[in-house]
Design a protein around this ligand. Sequence first.
Ligand code: SF4
Length: 420
Amino acid sequence: MSKAYVKKSKLLKATLGLKNIMGRHFLAIEQAIRDGTPTAWATSGTPVELLYAMDVQPMLPENSATISAARKYSQKFIELAEDQGFSYDLCSYFKTNIGAVESNVDVTIGGINKPTFMLSSDVICDTHVNWFQVQAERMNVPHFTIDVPHVVSNTNNRQYNYFKKYVAEQVWELLDFIQEVTGHEMNMERSKEVAKNSYDLSMVWQEIYELRKNIPCPISTKDTFGGLFPLFTMPGLKAPIKLYKRMYREAKARVDAGIGALEQENYRLMFEGIPFWYNLKYFAMLEKYGAIIVYEPYTYAFSKFMNPNVTKDMLLNKPIEAMSELMLSFWYIFDLKTRIQKFKETVDEWKIDGVLLHNNMSCRPNACGLYDLKRRLSDDYDIPCLIITSDMNDPRKMNETQVSNQIESFIEILHKRKKK
Ligand code: SF4
């Protein structure tokens, strides 16, 4: 197999602006706490836009947990949570948050302030609900949760319409809850502006993804793994839209000039799952083979406007109904049949040579079905897949040597297929 020397992938200059944008997010939290503006913890998958629309400052504990991991503190916090009796098998984001709060650490290593209230949903996983239940009780703050049914392959129209009403009714109740807890009322004009910004942000992100269809691919996970954070911490604000537009322009210039993020692109991969935040440089290992990840369902999923029923017009005129319908069509609640179809389409459109599937020990909702997915993609569509077992926040669950060997063998397979 050729192992020609391949230079490291190039980060977009615009991506460097991400630090500033996220810095502004944390400054806004600090300011809100100083001014007595209401704050809320929110789990991913909840309509964070509504918090912005009601002048409540969101805080995302999952985002804080990734900071702990990137700064190499997550293991310590996880072990602290385990000392309190939380199981080794539970979600490592949850346990990182337990340990970080317990240790009362600074935001720069994943600390997070006590909020005015908490907002969770079981749209992605029930851990979100149980996590906030535990922390809301410990901190003595109110907690609101949105129950979202999963749309499966045999859900019929009558059921789907019922689901939409069921979720929308809870979102209306959420508005009452926020008003009761904070005294803030929903301002429809502000809500339209926030909805428009959220839509625009997602659209630019999707356009960036469109550029990744090009060979060579203009951007790597160095840009997208971190680049996703504004999508779920700041949907509804203007600043991240400008950042994404800069990323888009720079990536487009690379496409026009025929330049890729990697100097020599040999293999195009998809990575499914949450990355290992404590060891992101591990992904650079792929580059020595000239392999580049060109699509991650995880980072794409947060550009939530993927349901063709939810138009910009609907979002502006019926934001509650639109946000409710979006919660029913999030990538991570697709059933296996839809997931297989989506993978097949993505592999074709992004011209992907192989799929890496992260069997995440923390995240059973995400990892569930991976072996069926692998089998169907391999048997029915001849798409090579590799399952890697690890964890997004718990370094104890990554065996670097084993993963390196698996990846090397996988690249060998891709190489032989290319030679045929
Ligand atoms: S990592 Fe998985 S289990 Fe943990 S909070 Fe996220 S979706 Fe839920």
